[in-house]
Design a protein around this ligand. Structure first.
Ligand SMILES: *Cc1c(COP(=O)(O)O)cnc(C)c1O
Ligand SMILES: [Zn+2]
Length: 436
């Protein structure tokens, strides 16, 4: 390990010059281009960098027909992902199910409700697998041997698992109060886990400092522009799975605010390349009330984030100072959408509601999405006949502590029919028996 600590960025910097890049980093504010390198901020104006593409170069190969013939994973949209020329995917990540949710729709007063289910995204059961897959492709390209991240949980799992698979060392930095399942599902892959006594925002600040000192590929710090592009595949898939159509509304949980802005970018790119007809899509952001800097700004008609100190069971969304908050607000308000938040009690109820109606066990972030959707239908901000997609982004088996105390322990009975009948007598409802 010792040599890693001595390595300085300038000694190991390996410049990749590509003559006519298919994509490159561009400043979101001043427009200056930065080529391709592990960097997330414009040195001139300190604004975030984003990957921009030469859309004319992809027009002939990126067609509905060609895409539909490719394997069912996120790599079918490779032309619009920042992947190295020699990239060969080793994991079939993404292309999670999109399906209608009639029973949940009935409960929410909806008619055209769809669920995009990244609770079953592989390999680690959250949408973070998509962003990490793209980030690690670039980590290899830039010559990093160690990858790292600051995480609210799911990113830790995704980096640890995919680093193991791809042969990287992994260093994971998390706030100390994460759910035990998410900690275990990081350690099991052999990643180095650094637990910080502080909030995610403090962990993230520390990681920015570490990224300046050590030559590590931090997926959500110096590789952030590449990483964030992976989220677009959620949007590409929704459009393709709806039959190359855009929905009327989409409800997206927000932590750093990246996913919601990237789904918007994906829809815009599909329109620009003629794969879907242009259509106004309303973007609705979902947060937990205990950490709601973005929804609060939207509700107060402010374009800037007022950082918060998180206090919610929705730990995967507990970012008090969201990096892309400003852009998330813009995406929401310009679309005619809205943002809402729900308290922890409603998060738990909504987890149960989704499970009971549709057979999907989501984590707290999914409870936030369903709870907020319920509010939005009640507020008539979403109308029943509109095609509405809810983004379920993570799996409930990782946050079982959120349901602690919700179900009484069952007393075991003996394996005898008489015992069962006695048990039935003691329950409220007696089911129909077979006709005698
Ligand atoms: C990280 C995360 C989000 C939000 O992602 P951002 O792009 O940071 O807004 C949503 N759901 C789950 C389960 C997550 O882990
Ligand atoms: Zn700039």
């Amino acid at each position: 390990m010792g040599t890693l600590f001595l390595a300085r960025p300038q000694l190991l910097a390996r410049k990749k010059r590509v003559a006519m890049a298919r994509y490159e980093l561009r400043c979101r504010e001043c427009g200056k281009t930065w080529g391709n390198q592990p960097r997330s901020i414009c040195d001139d104006c300190f604004s975030p960098l984003e990957v921009s593409y030469d859309y004319d170069a992809v027009r002939t190969s990126f067609t509905r027909e060609r895409i539909s013939q490719r394997p069912p994973d996120m790599w079918r949209y490779a032309e619009l992902l920042p992947l190295p020329e020699d990239f060969h995917p080793s994991l079939a990540t993404g292309f999670t199910p999109l399906f209608s949710a009639p029973r949940l729709a009935q409960r929410l007063g909806a008619k055209q409700l769809w669920i995009k289910n990244d609770a079953v995204c592989l390999p680690t059961l959250s949408f973070k697998d998509r962003v990490v897959a793209v980030a690690l492709a670039q980590a290899r390209n830039f010559g990093f041997e160690t990858v790292a991240c600051s995480s609210t949980g799911n990113l830790a799992n995704a980096v640890a698992a995919q680093a193991a698979r791809e042969g990287f060392q992994a260093w994971i930095f998390i706030p100390a109060d994460l759910e035990p399942a998410k900690i275990l599902a990081t350690r099991v892959y052999g990643a180095r886990l650094v637990t910080i006594r502080g909030s995610y925002d403090q962990v993230n600040r520390l990681c920015s400092q570490i990224a300046d000192e050590y030559r590590w590929g931090f997926v959500n710090v110096n590789l952030r522009p590449y990483y964030a592009e992976g989220s677009k595949t959620v949007g590409f898939e929704i459009a393709e799975q709806l039959g190359w159509r855009l929905p009327d509304n989409i409800v997206v949980p927000m932590a750093g605010g990246s996913l919601i802005t990237k789904i918007k970018k994906a829809f815009d790119e599909l329109v620009q390349l003629g794969l879907v007809d242009p259509k106004p899509v309303k973007f609705f952001g979902a947060q937990a009330t205990g950490c709601s800097p973005i929804s609060t700004a939207v509700k107060c008609d402010s374009s800037e984030i007022e950082p918060q100190k998180p206090a919610t069971i929705a730990r995967s969304l507990a970012i008090g100072n969201p990096a892309d908050g400003h852009y998330a607000i813009k995406a929401i308000t310009r679309s005619g959408g809205w943002a809402e938040d729900v308290c922890d009690h409603e998060v738990v109820e909504s987890i149960q509601l989704l499970a009971e109606c549709e057979g999907i066990f989501t984590e707290t972030a999914g409870g936030v999405t369903v709870g907020v959707a319920r509010k939005l239908y009640r507020q008539d901000r979403i109308l029943p006949d509109e095609i509405t997609v809810l983004c379920i982004t993570g799996n409930g088996l990782k946050t079982t502590d959120a349901l602690a105390g919700k179900y009484e322990a069952e007393a075991a009975i003996l394996p005898k029919l008489a015992e069962f009948e006695k048990y039935l007598q003691n329950t409220l409802e007696v089911p129909e028996t077979v006709e005698a």
